[in-house]
Write a protein that binds this ligand. Structure first.
Ligand code: N7H
Length: 501
């Protein structure tokens, strides 16, 4: 039964519904030291005032927005404001280490990402060995600079006595991301503007996104225990399977974290070697490589959706969400384009819609820019220090409806979106060219991107992968009251049989 009290966004950690302000970001993965669960709770209590709430994150963004506007009116440069944000999340193993034994009602979370790796199409030999170890939790720390970030990290480590005999946590690993420099700011390493399409959440973002086709989602699609957190919908189109949440789960969210390496020179070379032909020579027209890239992603590098502007980029359209795919046609946007695979919009009209599949994404780029040597050799350096990619993070109330489903049943599935009724019939859409993995040992391929712009139903084979999973984990990001009253409460293991929602 959904909670009837109105949502108070002071209770929700800031990265979930708003996003922490970030130029740099650190994911600090930790383990609670054996036998230190109770002392960890004490330290956690001291951390709670540092946790950035949704209200605080919103206020920070508002200040920046107003400051930038004012500076622009006065013709001056708007300086970076010193700031730092902190959120905390726990894995299932972390809950166990804390003695929290209630069933949270999400099998994907409980089993963990390592157990899910094969379903996601990951090759475990490509995983960083740290993600094969036990991880109990993660601090998500953001800041306007590395110096400020390190200061916040030091503060947190001091509270947990890290490095001392009486430490209650030990570091498993840490990953640092940063916004890319200059004009690439906001763009991921392949060069595409990222983080544009997010679901608006009812009564939180109301009025922010109101374009047709992108109605706000119910709060329970992202937050546990709220209206819309109805349980797993599987197989697709069937009624939700009943789920019971413990009371402390209210207003928390599941975080799927993925450490994704990107092979940028290889991706660029592929686009050049398969550049689309038949683009009329006219001023402002893209290269064939640019057009192919846009058809793989579904947006131009500026962010403009190809469904609205299929043949040339138009940066003025960068943030537009008001498009609905023609379910019988992939001339404007291939069925398998990354954004169509991960948010098929009108393709699922009459098939249950997309609402329960929506996720809120909070990724950041990591690693250095491509070097001149890598450009020349058209190959990523084997030097790990030059590895680059995306620290992908997303929130949802149900991993089996959200991230896990999206990767396994949409991105990796050649026959999604289902196209059984098109006249004339079209071949199966193929695999998401950006994140899809062929789990059936057949080549990776998609339809609708080759070899010339009129060949909307022609197959393109791209057996190489450009995004490689190096690991990850599933976490639960509790509400602030749950952190205070359950996670940091001074009680003994086994005392958590609390009332259900
Ligand atoms: Fe994706 N990319 O640069 O190609 N993504 N993504 N993603 N992605 C999106 O709307 C990218 C990944 C989604 O509502 C854009 O923000 C890369 C995973 C969803 O229209 C671009 C990687 C998953 C959307 C990229 C990567 C998703 C989306 C368009 C990995 C989930 C919104 C800009 C390195 C399983 C779809 C934007 C919508 C958009 C890229 C990963 C999901 C440019 C490079 C793992 C739901």
């Amino acid at each position: 039964m959904a909670n009837q009290q109105p949502l108070d966004i002071n209770n929700v950690q800031g990265d979930i519904l708003e996003g922490l302000g970030k130029k740099t970001e650190l994911f600090f993965f930790f383990r609670i030291k054996a036998g230190q669960g109770l002392h960890f709770r004490e330290h956690l209590r001291s951390i709670i005032p540092l946790i950035t709430t949704t209200t605080e994150a919103k206020k920070f963004h508002q200040t920046i927005k107003e400051g930038k506007k004012e500076a622009a009116n006065e013709g001056r440069h708007f300086p970076l404001i010193e700031n730092s944000g902190v959120n905390i999340s726990f894995s299932q193993k972390g809950l166990v280490a804390l003695g929290i034994t209630d069933d949270i009602g999400d099998k994907v979370f409980k089993d963990g990402m390592l157990a899910d790796a094969a379903n996601l199409g990951d090759n475990l030999t490509e995983w960083d060995s740290d993600f094969k170890k036990d991880i109990h939790g993660v601090f998500d720390i953001t800041a306007n600079s590395m110096v400020v970030l390190d200061r916040t990290l030091d503060h947190i480590k001091r509270i947990f006595r890290s490095g001392h005999k009486d430490a209650t946590i030990e570091e498993v690993t840490q990953l640092r991301g940063q916004v890319r420099p200059g004009a690439e700011s906001g763009h991921e390493h392949f060069g595409f503007n990222d983080g544009l399409s997010q679901p608006a959440v009812e009564n939180v973002d109301a009025g922010v996104i109101s374009e047709p086709g992108e109605a706000p989602v119910r709060q329970g699609v992202i937050l546990l225990g709220r209206k819309g957190d109805d349980g797993l919908v599987f197989p697709p189109g069937t009624p939700p399977q009943h789920v019971t949440r413990p009371s402390w789960a209210l207003d928390g969210s599941f975080l799927a974290f993925r450490y994704l390496k990107q092979l940028v020179p290889e991706f660029d070379t592929f686009l050049q070697e398969n550049a689309l032909k038949g683009i009329p020579p006219a001023p402002g027209n893209p290269t064939g490589a640019d057009l192919l890239g846009a058809r793989l992603v579904g947006r131009w590098k500026s962010g403009a959706p190809i469904d609205l502007t299929p043949l040339r980029d138009n940066p003025a359209f960068a943030k537009r969400q008001d498009f609905r795919f023609d379910p019988n046609n992939q001339e404007r946007c291939p069925f398998a384009a990354h954004i169509r695979k991960t948010n098929p919009r009108s393709d699922l009209d009459g098939r249950g819609g997309t609402e329960i599949r929506r996720i809120i994404r909070r990724g950041i780029a990591f690693g250095p820019e491509v070097t001149e040597k890598e450009k020349r050799e058209r190959r990523s350096s084997p030097d790990e220090k030059l590895e680059r990619g995306l620290l992908f993070a997303c929130y949802q109330s149900n991993l089996g409806n959200g991230f896990h489903f999206m990767q396994q049943s949409w991105a990796n599935n050649r026959t999604f979106p289902p196209k059984t009724t098109t006249v004339p019939p079209v071949p199966a859409p193929g695999i998401d060219p950006i994140i899809g993995v062929a789990t059936d040992n057949l080549p990776r391929q998609m339809v609708g991107a080759s070899p010339d712009i009129s060949g909307a139903n022609t197959e393109l084979d791209f057996s190489a992968r450009w995004v490689i999973s190096r690991g990850g984990e599933y976490f639960f990001t509790p509400s602030i009251p749950a952190l205070k009253n359950t996670f940091a409460a001074p009680c003994h293991p086994g005392q958590h049989g609390r009332p259900e929602l």
